[in-house]
Design a protein around this ligand. Sequence first.
Ligand code: PSU
Ligand code: MN
Length: 304
Amino acid sequence: MNSLLSIAPEVSAALAAGRPVVALESTIISHGMPYPQNLEMAQRVEGIIREEGAVPATIAVADGRIHVGLDEALLHRLATAKGVAKLSRRDLAGILASGGLGATTVAATMIAAHLAGIRVFATGGIGGVHRGAETSFDVSADLDELARTPVAVVCAGAKSILDLPKTLEYLETRGVPVIGYGTGTLPAFFSRSSGLALALRRDTPEEVAALLDAQAALGFPAGAVIANPIPEAHALPEAEIDAAITSALADAGREGVGGKDVTPYLLARIVALTGGRSLTANIALVEHNARLGARIAKALAARA
Ligand code: PSU
Ligand code: MN
């Protein structure tokens, strides 16, 4: 395994000393946002985690290794290179064997974080059950990863490009705790609430850490979703975002977009259709999640 995993010295020193570390994904950089906002976001998010007293570990694959903690050059390549592969669980072996450049989704980032010994991961949104999944079978591998890999994912819920009720049902079936952070309902990414009730609510990083430690003590393989609503000031009006999502979905259908291209296609269409307003909101919520991720990592470190 060591030959496949390349952990940055700062990250491995923090892990060895039991200091807080927060994992970050790279598909959000390569496929989730346009350049140069993607690079600025990635750098700012790392800065926020440091400001909170934790160590950021952005994860990607290059030159036959999984990198946990990226240098400036690799971060820049991910933000600018054409044809960066989008990696989920099924893609990891292939890209490691071929030596290509790849960005990790939530699923692949969880795998890498767990291999490195990192328990907390912050991002924007998770994948889920797509609308129309009853005919397309399009269910993100993120959900099964949450059921089998013990990493807590701090996110702003999921976008309503997905079928949110089905996504919650699937997570329930697979035994994944979905914890509303300061809320009793599932946040819907651009808006603070989907209206869907959650079984779990926690209001402080310490309470979240206690739950994660209890889950670890049970020996369950599963991760957890920490669903953190977008800050009020950045939430988008639901009518505006719903209209953009409806038309993005129609465009995807017309153009026959399928497989792993669906999510990046929809994200880019929504940015275009909202005149960039969705991008500003997306960046704000990722920053907010990074701060909470760092605080949860610190609370976990304090319990150890
Ligand atoms: N949702 C977002 N932004 C993103 C993604 C999802 O709001 O960037 C990315 C994440 O990397 C997530 C992936 O893991 O898309 C899910 O892709 P798929 O639906 O193909 O599983
Ligand atoms: Mn899919």
